[in-house]
Design a protein around this ligand. Structure first.
Ligand SMILES: *Cc1c(COP(=O)(O)O)cnc(C)c1O
Length: 250
């Protein structure tokens, strides 16, 4: 068996174990295989190994890889393309045209531009783009994401995320799918777990405030912390290195 397939099966096993330990159904957890920086040949190999959800974080890469893969595998491959990176406003069109799920919405301007394009390209009417709001809850790692560092105590922060959630839910091109966050690197597991737990509690609160019918999904967990994320309710884990190995940077 190829290294890639072996690693993939190890990740699936870890997911199953973490789900069992948390009394959860592993089928409720979507493994997004993060293929950023990897060539299309690697994606085809991953597909052959059974992966169907792929994550990219640069608009140029998604825009290039998706049509290539579809030309190889046909339109009914069952692949779901997740865009997981922060988006700049001048890159919204390729994402509205090529992403099936968007994990990192952090600004209203981006939301409006995406929604307008989705109305324009006809997707809004058929299948609005499932979208996760990216939140910054640890305050440590990155500046991206809506500031929710002190949401439990700050009425201002709660108002900001509430308004953002309501606005996104009302846009014709987008569906409010859930929340996404990144845990800080190099933190203690207990701290990371707290970050994920606070994200889950925020998602529960926000679902009520916005009045969405389904519980909000949670895109939390990467190579170093996805079992912890599953323990805290992750519905989507975004895993790159554990499957594909270390990335070669551009
Ligand atoms: C690269 C990336 C991942 C995957 O990281 P790994 O450590 O390789 O698992 C997940 N989420 C986002 C937003 C990323 O940019």
């Amino acid at each position: 068996m190829s290294t890639l397939k072996t690693r993939y099966q190890e990740v699936l096993q870890q997911i199953a174990q973490a789900a069992a330990a948390a009394n959860r159904n592993p089928n409720d957890i979507t493994l997004v295989a993060v293929t950023k920086t990897w060539p299309v040949e690697t994606i085809l190999e991953a597909y052959a190994a059974g992966m169907r959800h792929f994550g990219e974080n640069r608009a140029e890469e998604l825009e290039e890889k998706r049509p290539f893969i579809e030309a190889q595998l046909g339109p009914d491959s069952g692949i779901v393309w997740h865009f997981i990176g922060t988006l700049q406003s001048r890159k919204t069109n390729p994402i509205a045209d090529h992403a099936d799920v968007f994990h990192a919405l952090d600004r209203l301007k981006i939301a409006n531009r995406l929604s307008n394009r989705l109305v324009e390209n006809g997707r809004a009417q058929i299948n609005p783009l499932p979208t996760f709001l990216e939140i910054n809850i640890s305050g440590e790692m990155s500046k991206s994401g809506v500031n929710c560092v002190d949401w439990e105590n700050s009425a201002t922060q709660r108002a900001e995320i509430r308004n953002f959630g309501k606005t996104v839910a009302a846009l014709p091109g987008l569906t409010l799918q859930g929340l996404m966050t990144m845990a800080p690197w190099d933190a203690e597991p207990e701290f990371i777990r707290t970050v994920f737990k606070r994200t889950r509690l925020l998602a529960d609160w926000l679902a009520e405030e916005v009045g969405v019918e389904r519980p909000l999904a949670l895109s939390i967990g990467m190579t170093d912390d996805y079992p912890l994320a599953i323990a805290e309710g992750a519905t989507h884990v975004r895993v790159g290195r554990a499957i594909f190995g270390e990335r070669h940077t551009h």
